[in-house]
Write a protein that binds this ligand. Structure first.
Ligand code: F6R
Length: 612
């Protein structure tokens, strides 16, 4: 949450900062600001609302001969999203500025002391405390002052600092909030996430907790915040390109990312299923066959959409690998008594690899002796660095706040993981391994060919539903988590209240909600629980619920139950969750678009939730 950018080099800084902020706007869009050094002053602009407001304010200065600066896009935690609370924040002199992502937990106490010392505050944010605290310790060395200030700070931070009296230099530091540096021969960059760097450099350094960096034109130093000892860090090469983080002619990132799913699935599978034998190869998993054979239980930990992927995986792993699986929402996992030990494998699932609760969850699991594998989309993210093993989803950058292609890629990675467990533990016959692996590849092709038709049909269907006040999604077995995911997607981008239920659970309460105004999307593929789901659909029909059925091509029965049926091709039953997710995503997208909602930047949300 919140996006930080920084630059020092030979380019004019304002366009670099604005481009970086545009690429990070998915992290927060309540307000934005930037600061740069121009002649002998720091020039600061801030604006409430989306980045476009800042762009308008800065417009006439765009070509200014300024070469060092910082920018910020905010997701408000402390203080309303006003201009005064927008970053950068300054000290009393206005000569020192700070941008920050995270939460300074002891800011109240620190502020009291600083006010007593005579410091004047002009915002309600926790961040402003950092500016004044650094000012308090600042004599002639910015790095020393930042280190002394951070020694008093409790909480999480990724921060960028600039001081007028130290021209051409940026100081950055990190604790529990992501921060990555981009390096080039004549420049250094700073960003909360990789997309901001893609137009300029592929060479990056991920800062770790308690590290501080000093950035100058093409030169940098990294040291421990506490020790001040220099640290040598590996430069990593990023394989994404700038175009991957553009809309490519689509109206929204979300729609583009829905359409990218077949490729994202194939990229995730690529090289991991050996075509002739069906053998699964996951070299980066970090576990030997012996480790896998010793696993007694698997704990899956994730948040939001990634948690829904975990729920699907429980069905798969228990069925095919015979290992008991617990699935936890990370914010619950981290605060309950965990019965973990070295024969329990913990698997985190995260698009960003930076979600604060999930990260805390795996740290806790590791401290209890559990091995940790992470399924993650962002190369080099914190979770991938801390886990014992990684299974990357190769979905490419996901910019739309509502997760789509990351989800189906996570499902693909989790399916591969299941097959791998079954292969090592010999719970899946060789022929079946091959059949299931092939079915996964086939589903990508089927999604590809049916997507445009699905979108067309759903666009017509939603005319009846787009102004609904509530919505239910139901499914059984593997499709129950997809019902949850459908409801989450609809809630977050269209603001319609929606709930997902296991179809068999309706009669235990929620069926009381059914009347002629309640739309229900029911996922009814012809699978092993088909008849049971149909009975639940009949119960809704008997109470005049407005049914929207998603089922298997050729199932004539469905059209007798309602006019609104969307037929999908038959795929291997195990892979239904990947296919049935697509209409749920499209329904949400089309409804939100029809209602005029801001699809890519829904209110109150931000991608990459790096606060608790
Ligand atoms: C919903 C959505 C969120 C994320 C959740 C976890 O569309 O995107 O629910 O799934 O915040 O994020 P990651 O996967 O980055 O840990």
């Amino acid at each position: 949450m919140c996006g930080i950018v920084g630059y020092t080099g030979n380019r004019k800084v304002i366009p670099v900062l604005l481009e970086g902020l545009r690429r990070l706007e998915y992290r927060g869009y309540d307000s934005a600001g930037l600061v740069y050094q121009y002649q002998d002053a720091l020039v600061k602009f801030r604006a409430a609302g989306k980045l476009v407001h800042l762009e308008q304010t800065v417009d006439e200065h765009i070509g200014e001969e300024a070469y060092t600066g910082l920018g910020h896009t905010r997701w408000a935690t402390h203080g309303a999203p006003t201009q005064d609370n927008a970053h950068p924040h300054s000290d009393c002199t206005g000569e020192l500025v700070v941008v920050h992502n995270g939460i300074i937990e002891n800011y109240g106490k620190l502020k009291q002391g600083l006010v007593a010392d005579g410091h004047r505050f002009s915002s309600e944010t926790d961040t402003e405390v950092l500016a004044h605290l650094i000012e308090k310790y600042l004599k002639d060395d910015l790095v020393t002052a930042v280190r002394k200030a951070l020694a008093r700070v409790e909480g999480s931070y990724a921060l960028g600092v600039m001081w007028l009296k130290d021209p051409g230099r940026l100081v950055a530091a990190r604790n529990q909030s992501p921060l990555v540096m981009g390096v080039d021969t004549d420049a250094c960059y700073l960003a909360s996430d990789i997309p901001a760097l893609l137009p300029y450099t592929k060479k990056v350094i991920f800062l770790d907790d308690h590290e501080l960096a000093v950035l100058e034109k093409g030169v940098y130093t990294i040291m421990g915040v506490e020790s001040g000892q220099e640290i040598s860090k590996e430069i990593k090469t990023i394989h994404w390109n700038a175009a991957m983080a553009e809309k490519a002619g689509y109206k929204h990132f979300m729609l583009k990312e829905i359409y990218e799913q077949p490729q994202a699935i194939l990229n995730t599978v690529s090289g991991r299923i050996i075509p002739d034998t069906g053998k699964i190869d996951l070299p980066e998993i970090g576990l030997s066959d012996e480790d896998i054979n010793k696993i007694e239980r698997i704990a899956l930990v994730a948040c939001g959409t990634s948690w829904h992927a975990a729920l699907v995986a429980k069905y798969w792993i228990e069925k095919w690998a015979g290992i008991p699986v617990d699935v936890d929402i990370a914010s619950e996992f981290r605060y309950r008594r965990l019965l973990l030990h070295n024969r329990v494998l913990t698997v985190s699932i995260s698009q960003s690899g930076e979600t604060a609760d999930t990260l805390a969850g795996i740290r806790l699991a590791a401290s209890l002796g559990s091995r940790v594998v992470t399924i993650c989309n962002v190369v080099g993210s914190t979770m991938t660095r801390e886990a014992d093993g990684v299974i990357y989803t190769h979905a490419g950058p996901e910019i739309g706040v509502a997760s789509t292609k990351a989800f189906t890629s996570q499902l693909s990675a989790l399916f591969l993981f299941t097959l791998y467990l079954g292969q090592v533990r010999q719970t899946i016959e060789q022929d079946m391994l091959k059949e299931l692996g092939t079915a996964l590849i086939d589903v990508a092709a089927l999604i590809d060919t049916t997507l445009p038709v699905m979108q067309e049909q759903i666009r017509e269907m939603i005319e009846e539903y787009y102004d609904a006040k509530d919505f239910l999604f139901i499914g059984r077995g593997l499709n129950f988590p997809i019902a949850l995911e459908g409801a989450l997607k609809l809630k977050e981008i269209s603001y319609i209240h929606a709930e997902g239920y296991a179809a068999g659970e309706l009669k235990h309460g929620p069926i009381a909600l059914i009347d002629k105004d309640m739309p229900v999307m029911a996922l009814v593929p012809q699978d092993s629980v088909y008849q049971k789901t149909i009975s639940n659909v009949e119960e809704i029909r008997a109470r005049q619920g407005r049914l929207l059925l998603i089922g298997t091509l050729g199932d004539e029965h469905l059209i007798k139950l309602t006019d609104d049926v969307l037929y999908l091709p038959r795929v291997h039953e195990e892979l239904n969750p990947l296919l049935y997710t697509i209409p749920a995503q499209l329904l949400s997208y089309e409804i939100a678009n029809r209602r005029g909602c801001d699809v890519d930047q829904p209110r109150n949300l931000a991608k990459s939730v790096t606060v608790e």
